[in-house]
Ligand binder design. Sequence first.
Ligand code: SF4
Ligand code: SF4
Length: 394
Amino acid sequence: MKTSLNPPSGVESSTSPVRQDAGQVMPDGGFRPDSGRLRPALKLTESCNLACRYCYQEGRLDSGQFMSTETLERILSEVADNTRGAMHLLWYGGEPTLFGTRRFADALERAARAFAGRPLYHGVQTNATLIDEEWADLLAAHRFAVTASLDGPAWLHDSQRPDRRGEGTHSRAMAGIAALQARGIQPRVSAVLTPKSLPHAEELVDWFAENGLQEVDFVPSTRCARGRFEIEVDGEAFADFIVRVFNRWLELGRTDFRIRFLSELARKMAGHHPYFCKLEGSCSQFVVFGWNGNVYPCDEFSGLPETCLGNIHRNSLTELRNSERAQALFREWATIPEACLDCRWIRLCRGGCPWERRLGGSSTNPTIMCSALKALYERLAQELPGTAERWGAA
Ligand code: SF4
Ligand code: SF4
């Protein structure tokens, strides 16, 4: 599945340096990204042992292609040379655990050498089905923050996330999560929302809370079919779902259980920095490396020829991030859609995630999640007095 380019739960500690600047729009209209605080994500493979029915990796699930040591070394050295201070590395795929523990441990050693003398934090996004004792030990030893994909109870998860033989994967994912929890890692769960899950907002909140999970992120499904993205859950449907989720969460009164989008939005509305790119209002600090060294500005745009900045074997990271293509994309993404200018939540929202804008036809449109965002801003403002005033929306 796609990953939002953010540190998984546990990373955003008080020592976290993940607060980012947007970069700078220069007097000549150029855009200078703030490379010093880059947030890199490394896609170790496009292969996956699952065949989720909403997966965007059409035809690439059994590619058997993995990031080579040479590519990894090149990426690590470029990132180390172009950044300063603490570093967060996000490892993902496809399914990154297909890399195997031996190769992954070697990659971690190489990363430790590349960032020697600097604080280094790791995150991984996994379907958790291959997490056994050995994997859990390795991730715990390196104090990984883990995001695990889990759509909810077995009846739902198994119908949406079968393996490549068509068999359900719920019990394997739950076993992997339990192995992590036994070592003190509390994974954040990423639950993909489909039309099938939408009617079950309250049931889903209860199920995650009752099953020992501390944080869940509900991600509306955008399905890839024949090379085209289809929006399975639009803004209206998500608006209804997420407000019901919020109301249920309030009813439960469980402060030890978080709904990620809501808690990050509440942080932002209360005047703090959110740890979620879709709420930060800036994308230029992210960089994604494909298994073959191709470089993209964001995972949502990865695999698309028009948003590939080039390849790390042919150009330096500085050249790629300052290329005309990168500049044009960052400028486009930093531009607030005209249709948003009259919105009372403009200062808080700034038009939303550029990828979700593009799903609506063009990045000059408001995000396809606009109605959900408006509904949430209004609902949270009721619970957080002074919010509308703080954001000029009173
Ligand atoms: S386009 Fe920007 S806000 Fe949207 S997912 Fe990518 S980095 Fe995050
Ligand atoms: S809520 Fe909708 S209209 Fe308002 S700024 Fe956000 S995307 Fe634009």
